[in-house]
Design a protein around this ligand. Structure first.
Ligand code: NAD
Length: 246
């Protein structure tokens, strides 16, 4: 029996990268999954690898459309909700196009607000559940040209703690995952070639992170093994953020 048998999980940004890896691991652990993504082609590809996945082509910035998708999936119940969708853009602040900033704030912050607000009544109706937000190690230190991205992720950490307190009385746990560098289409679009090796060498373990390793941590946080864990941001970074000069 899987660690998430009988659970129903909805994941945003599940068409590719970390979101797709989480969806696959949740399904491996016995969960029924709902996948949401703005990119219909990616979504179809990922859904094709997961038996009985329900797919929703939706922009998380569109509050009503996201709520509609969540409501449809939650007709049969909802136990786990993952706010994972993101928009990446790295540039010096003076060179950040305003539309890119708007997109990052809308997808990363408002998308997480809308996902959480759509999921909450269903989790309450179920008698409890869990929400997992995607933060980043970018909150722990400054990354070149990533001021807007790190700000989005800092907001996610604050929001996670806030919601953990607000929803704790309903037996809803709210946590965040802060992955180190994972090779995904999004990360590859903003990290230059030499940046990967730099990050690998900075880690005390001399390694980057696999999307499946983030997914394993998501399974743990979503499972009963984490029954008393709420309001935390769990780093999955092979020690990168605690390493000083050495
Ligand atoms: N990759 C890393 O190194 C890394 C590190 C730390 C944290 N994270 C976090 O993990 C999460 C996933 O990152 P990733 O690297 O897999 O990203 P990615 O860009 O590779 O994948 C993101 C997915 O979200 C979808 N998406 C984008 N905008 C959307 C919208 N408006 N509505 C619905 N779906 C939308 C994309 O189509 C894509 O399938 C993000 O929250 C990111 O900040 C990633």
């Amino acid at each position: 029996m899987g660690r998430l048998s009988g659970k129903r999980a909805f994941i945003t940004g599940a068409g590719g990268g970390i979101g797709a890896a989480i969806a696959r691991r949740f399904a491996d652990e016995g969960a029924d999954v709902g996948l949401a993504d703005i990119n219909a082609d990616l979504l179809r590809e990922t859904a094709g690898t997961i038996a009985d996945a329900q797919s929703f082509v939706v922009d998380v910035c569109d509050r009503a459309a996201l709520a509609n998708a969540v409501n449809t999936f939650a007709t049969d119940g909802l136990d786990i909700f993952v706010n994972n969708a993101v928009a990446f853009f790295y540039a010096p602040l003076t060179e950040m196009p305003e539309d890119a900033v708007d997109r990052m704030l809308n997808v990363g912050i408002k998308g997480t607000f809308w996902g959480t607000s759509a999921a909450t009544p269903h989790l309450i109706a179920r008698g409890g559940g869990t929400i997992i937000n995607l933060s980043s190690i970018a909150v722990s230190f400054a990354i070149k040209n990533a001021a807007v991205y790190t700000s989005v992720k800092g907001a996610i950490d604050a929001f996670t703690r806030q919601q953990a307190v607000e929803l704790g009385g309903h037996d809803i746990r709210v946590n965040a995952l802060a992955p180190g560098t994972v090779s995904t289409p999004g990360a590859r679009s903003v990290i230059e070639e030499e940046g990967w090796e730099k990050r690998r060498l900075l880690s005390p373990m001399g390694r980057l992170i696999e999307d499946t390793e983030v997914a394993d941590a998501a399974v743990f946080l979503a499972s009963d093994a984490a029954a008393t864990i709420t309001g935390v941001t769990l780093k999955i970074d092979a020690g990168l953020t605690i390493a000083g000069p050495r």
